[in-house]
Write a protein that binds this ligand. Structure first.
Ligand SMILES: [Zn+2]
Length: 404
């Protein structure tokens, strides 16, 4: 007799609890009657689920005067402040840790160098740093999960790293191994995709169900949100926009091809172009300073011809690639993140023009590209992954199964 049946009953429970919690999160304060109407669950089920959510402190009752007068009505709202999580960004040879609560408030932050080493030592060091951080900032706080975000490719569904640009983690079941050591649920994901989800939950695309975030930094990546979820393929990352082929005679890319978008517009590519033009004798205020994207954007803002040429060309390329994405996904909003945004007055109009000329008129909807909100918070994506696990039921169920 059948594990299958038991598993199904558990799954139905998890799905129903999550549906109720989501409604309270999206539409709260909301009454039990209204939850039953919207969820199509029996009133008795709603009562049972909300009782469990109340017992675990995940929601609260708010009493207010009913609009019809007389009897006091009870509404339900989520409680987020007392639940904490640690978001870890496993970057390129550096580790960033932040303690958030579910409301998005920050309670501690740490940045550490994290040199590459073989996989077993890597995991031990990662565990040690998270544990130290937890001791330093998390004592007395109810930590419900850890999220690890990273560049490269992940299989979030199975908690596995597919590829990390700096560490030998391919095929490592990172979520399960760290989770076992930390005795906490661990969720992993790509940093750009997770940022797109954070923008959807808390940021510049919070009012849209369908959006695209493009991040230009070391490489060029995108996160596509469709109907409020990260667009994936078989649980794995997609939207490696940086490797859209743009120029058959272009430069060699890390991926092995030539002329990828990334070789033209990523931070390093722009700095390479600046160096080349300077060495060819172009006059520029950049000649006497250390090159950085920041300096490039500032010089362009001050009218420097070389800086303007480079940024305009990059914006055209980026706009061309974004028009393809708009044609494919018809998003309600396109967000841009990256140091390039410092020159938004120069870059954004060119990108907008490319999108409006090269994508279907009904698709770009006349909506200009917008700056992403979380330009500098590199760990915010982890908060989004934990919130998603709560809304979709996996983490919610683990909290509900704990004795209150
Ligand atoms: Zn490439």
């Amino acid at each position: 007799m059948t594990h299958g049946k038991i598993a199904n009953v558990d799954l139905v429970k998890q799905v129903n609890s999550a549906a109720v919690y989501r409604l309270i999160d999206h539409a709260g304060p909301i009454s039990r009657v209204r939850i039953a109407e919207l969820s199509h669950l029996a009133p008795a089920s709603v009562t049972k689920i909300t009782r469990a959510l109340l017992e675990h402190g995940l929601i609260q009752e708010l009493a207010h005067q009913a609009s019809t007068g007389g009897r006091r009505a009870i509404s339900l709202a989520t409680v987020t402040q007392p639940f904490y999580l640690i978001s870890v960004k496993l970057g390129r040879e550096e580790l960033r840790l932040t303690l958030y609560n579910l409301a998005g408030d920050e309670f501690g932050r740490r940045l550490l160098p994290f040199p590459s080493r073989e996989a077993a030592n890597l995991l031990a060091a990662l565990h040690r740093h998270i544990d130290d951080f937890m001791q330093a900032f998390g004592s007395g706080k109810q930590i419900i999960a850890v999220a690890v975000i990273m560049p490269g490719l992940t299989d979030a569904q199975h908690g596995q790293v597919v590829y990390h640009p700096s560490y030998p983690l391919a095929g490592v079941p990172l979520a399960a191994q760290l989770g076992h050591q930390l005795k906490l649920p661990v969720f992993i994901g790509n940093d750009t995709r997770a940022q797109a989800l954070a923008e959807h939950y808390f940021g510049a695309s919070a009012d849209c169900l369908d959006s695209v975030l493009v991040r230009v930094h070391h490489g060029v990546g995108a996160g596509i949100i469709t109907e409020g979820r990260i667009f994936k393929s078989q649980g794995r990352d997609v939207a490696e926009m940086g490797h859209i082929h743009m120029d058959p005679l272009g430069e060699r890319c890390d991926c092995g091809n030539v002329g990828c978008l990334e070789t033209m517009v990523a931070d390093a590519a722009l700095l390479r172009q600046a160096e080349r033009m300077l060495s060819q004798g172009y006059r520029s205020s950049l000649a006497n300073q250390t090159l950085s994207i920041h300096a490039l954007c500032r010089a362009a803002d001050e009218g420097d011809h070389l800086a303007l040429t480079i940024l305009r060309r990059a914006a055209e390329r980026l706009g061309q690639a974004l028009a393809i994405v708009v044609n494919l996904f018809n998003p309600q909003r396109v967000l841009l993140s990256g140091a390039l945004c410092e020159a938004e007055d120069i870059v954004f109009p060119i990108i907008n023009q490319a999108i409006s000329h090269q994508s279907l008129p009904g698709f770009h909807q006349g909506q200009p590209v917008m700056k992403a909100r979380f330009q500098h918070d590199q760990t915010i994506g982890g908060l989004a992954l934990v919130k998603r696990a709560l809304l979709e039921g996996e983490l919610l169920q683990r909290i509900l199964e704990k004795k209150s």
